[in-house]
Design a protein. Structure first.
Length: 272
């Protein structure tokens, strides 16, 4: 088993990367949500490293990656992912992303299908209707005025159900630390990318085998929105996690891991 960190140059950014798992295993790449970092995947690492060499990275503007002045675009975010894969000579990998990371995974699958084995897109959407854009304009204005603390409460309300926020403070505390440590410049830059999201009309030409996972209580990427994405994607699978909101991999670790394990043909026992 290996675990190491590195910085990869991609355009005007330095992308922080962590690798876990044995060198002889196939690759899987994990891409994080907006206002999170690569530690959001900590609960997936023990079971994934039994079958994979796991590469996870901090999206530009997040974690230990640098935060160039934005706005960013998904062309840029997908380019960062390609640069990371190229740096480690990864010809092809399975890819797992959540929220913004799921959108980045979709972009990779559409633009560079030869680089993707199987694709898992969790709690994401593929388009940017006007109410969605308006919501990001409001959050950008709040961060410009009051920093990341100004959006913390609303973010936790979207990320987790009321039951989790009340009864599982350790998860909320962990997530809150990620949000508060995110660069405001990076957050605003990535929010600009989200406002320009335009993958839905292209999903019919998605080539990699794809799984969509969504929390039933996710208001940011509603289940019906993701069901439509799955219907547009050739041969896609679609799974709903009951009693779960936006950050499904942290809120329902067992349920999320089990569905990922099934799709990737990993032993269910390894996911428990």
């Amino acid at each position: 088993m290996t675990a190491n960190t590195d910085l990869v140059i991609s355009g005007d950014a330095e992308i922080a990367v962590r690798i876990d798992g044995a060198e002889h295993l196939p690759w899987i790449v994990l891409s994080n949500s907006l206002a999170a970092d690569l530690s959001m995947w900590d609960d997936q690492i023990p079971f994934l490293t039994r079958s994979y060499r796991v590469l996870r990275y901090d999206t530009r503007g997040h974690g230990h990656s640098t935060a160039p002045v934005g706005p960013y675009s998904f062309d840029m975010l997908v380019g960062d992912l390609v640069a990371v894969m190229d740096h480690f000579d990864i010809v092809q990998a399975d890819v797992l992303g959540l929220s913004m990371g799921g959108m980045t995974a979709l972009g990779l699958g559409l633009r560079h299908p030869e680089r993707v084995g199987r694709l898992i897109c969790a709690d994401a959407r593929a388009d940017a209707p006007l109410p969605f854009v308006a919501g990001w304009d409001q959050r950008i204005a709040a961060v410009e005025t009051g920093g990341m603390g100004a959006i913390l409460t609303g973010t936790m309300e979207r990320w987790f159900t009321a039951e989790t926020r009340q009864n599982r403070p350790e998860i909320v505390d962990r997530a809150s630390r990620m949000v508060l440590s995110t660069s405001p410049v990076g957050y605003i830059g990535c929010a600009g990318a989200l406002k320009g999201l335009d993958y839905l009309r292209h999903l019919r030409r998605m080539e990699p085998e794809t799984l969509y996972i969504v929390g039933a209580e996710d208001s940011g990427a509603p289940a019906e929105t993701m069901r439509t994405m799955a219907a547009e994607t050739p041969g896609a699978q679609f799974e709903i996690l009951s009693g779960v909101a936006h950050i499904a991999n942290m809120e329902d670790v067992a349920g999320f891991n089990a569905r990922v394990a099934d799709f990737l043909d990993i032993s269910r026992q390894a996911a428990e």
